[in-house]
Design a binder for this molecule. Structure first.
Ligand code: NDP
Ligand code: OXD
Length: 314
C-alpha cells in the first residue's frame, strides 16, 4: 500500500526526537512526521527513523519500506533479532559528522602528546617543570576502519603531518596513509601504532577486538582513542593493560552500556578520559535532506542512498 498519507515515524530511545521532527518539517512541511509510540495508524508508516528502538516494535509496521538509523552506526538495529528481513536498512552519512570526528580525535591526540594532564597536575602543585614534546611527524598513528569517518580522519591527520597508517577489511589506497587490510596484516599494522584510533563498526567480527591480545601487539606506551563502539573494547583488558603500563592511557567516547554506569572504573581511572558519546553528534539540520530524499525514493520505489549491507553488518 502506498498513498499520500504515508508517514515517517521516529522510533527512538535515549535521543530526543523533536529536533529531527523540526528539521524535517523545516524542509518538507507537508510531510507527516510522527513520533513513536503515539504514531497513529502504523499501516501508514513507510519509513522508520530508529535509534535504539525497543526490539520487536518494527514488526507492527506492515507497510514499512525503509529502516533508517538515526546515526552513522547501525549495530543498534541489528541487535533486534526480529528486525523485518526484507526492508532495506539505510544510515546517515554526512560530511559534518566526519569533520567533527576528526576534530575530536585531533584534540584527544594533541592533549595526549602535549601531556596536558601532566601539566594540569603540575599546575595544581605549582610545580614548574618543562617536558620535551615530540613533533606530529614523530607520532605513528593508526586508524582502524577506513570508511566514511575513519578514511576522512586518517587523511586529515596525514595532512597535519602525523605518520599515518590505517586498517580496513578490504584493500585500500589513501594519500599519505600506509594502508593495511585483513587479519593477515593486522599485526604489522598494530606494531607501528603509538596512537590507535578505533573507528570500526560493531559487527560479529569486530566485537571484543580491542582485548589483551591486540593490546600486546601495540608498542609499549601506546595510547587508545575509542570513538567506534564500546563493544569493541574488553573493559577489564584495557584497564589491565594501562595498569601494567603497557598502554599509557585511553580516551573513550563510547561504552558497552550508555550512559556509563556510575560504578564503572573508567570514570575515576587517572589515565582514562571519558566523554559521553559526543565525539560527533548528528546535527538534525545536516541530515534532514537525506531523510526526506530517501523517503521520496522509497515511496517511488527508487534506489535508496546510504544503504547498509545487512549481511556484512555495516
Ligand atoms: P563505514 O561503514 O563507512 O566504514 C567502516 C570501516 O570499517 C570500513 O573501512 C571497513 O572496511 C572497516 N571494517 C569493517 N569491518 C572490518 C573488519 N572486520 N576488519 C577490518 N576492517 C573492517 O563506517 P563509518 O566510518 O561511517 O563509521 C564507523 C563507526 O563509527 C560507526 O559504525 C559507529 O560505530 C562509529 N561512530 C561513532 C560516533 C561517535 O559519536 N562516537 C559517531 C558516528 C559513528 P572496508 O572499507 O574494507 O569495508
Ligand atoms: C553513531 C552516531 O553512530 O552518533 O554513534 O551517529
Amino acid at each position: 500500500m502506498v498513498n499520500s498519507n504515508m508517514a515517517i515515524s521516529i522510533i527512538c530511545t535515549n535521543k530526543d526526537p523533536q529536533p529531527f521532527v523540526r528539521a524535517i518539517k523545516a524542509i518538507a512541511p507537508q510531510l507527516a512526521v510522527r513520533v513513536w509510540p503515539d504514531d497513529g495508524d502504523k499501516a501508514e508508516v513507510a519509513m522508520a527513523l530508529c535509534w535504539q528502538h525497543p526490539a520487536g516494535v518494527l514488526s507492527d509496521y506492515l507497510n514499512l519500506r525503509c529502516i533508517c538509523s538515526l546515526g552513522a552506526g547501525v549495530d543498534h538495529l541489528f541487535i533486534d533479532q526480529s528486525l523485518p528481513a526484507n526492508v532495506p536498512v539505510v544510515r546517515l552519512v554526512d560530511d559534518s559528522l566526519a569533520s567533527k570526528m576528526f576534530e575530536y580525535v585531533l584534540a584527544a591526540m594533541v592533549s595526549h602528546i602535549r601531556q596536558f594532564d601532566l601539566f594540569s597536575a603540575q599546575q595544581r602543585q605549582k610545580k614548574w617543570q618543562q617536558q620535551q614534546a615530540k613533533s606530529f611527524a614523530q607520532i605513528n598513528v593508526g586508524v582502524m576502519g577506513l570508511g566514511q569517518l575513519g578514511g576522512y580522519v586518517a587523511g586529515q591527520l596525514a595532512n597535519m603531518g602525523f605518520a599515518m597508517a590505517g586498517w580496513s577489511r578490504s584493500e585500500k589506497s589513501l594519500a599519505g596513509v600506509a594502508c593495511y587490510y585483513g587479519e593477515h596484516q593486522q599485526q604489522a599494522f598494530l606494531s607501528r601504532c603509538d596512537v590507535l584510533v578505533n573507528l570500526l563498526p560493531l559487527t560479529a567480527q569486530t566485537t571484543n577486538l580491542l582485548n589483551t591480545q591486540l593490546f600486546s601487539q601495540l608498542p609499549k606506551g601506546a595510547y587508545i582513542i575509542n570513538v567506534g563502539r564500546g563493544g569493541h573494547v574488553v573493559d577489564d583488558d584495557l584497564i589491565a593493560a594501562i595498569d601494567s603500563s603497557h598502554l599509557s592511557g585511553a580516551c573513550l567516547d563510547v561504552f558497552r552500556q550508555e550512559p556509563l554506569a556510575q560504578c564503572h572504573r573508567f570514570w575515576s581511572h587517572p589515565n582514562i578520559k571519558v566523554t559521553p558519546h559526543c565525539s560527533s553528534l548528528t546535527a538534525p539540520e545536516a541530515v534532514a535532506g537525506q531523510v526526506v530524499e530517501n523517503f521520496r525514493r522509497c515511496l517511488a520505489s527508487e534506489e535508496l542512498m546510504n544503504v547498509v549491507d545487512v549481511d556484512r553488518g555495516y
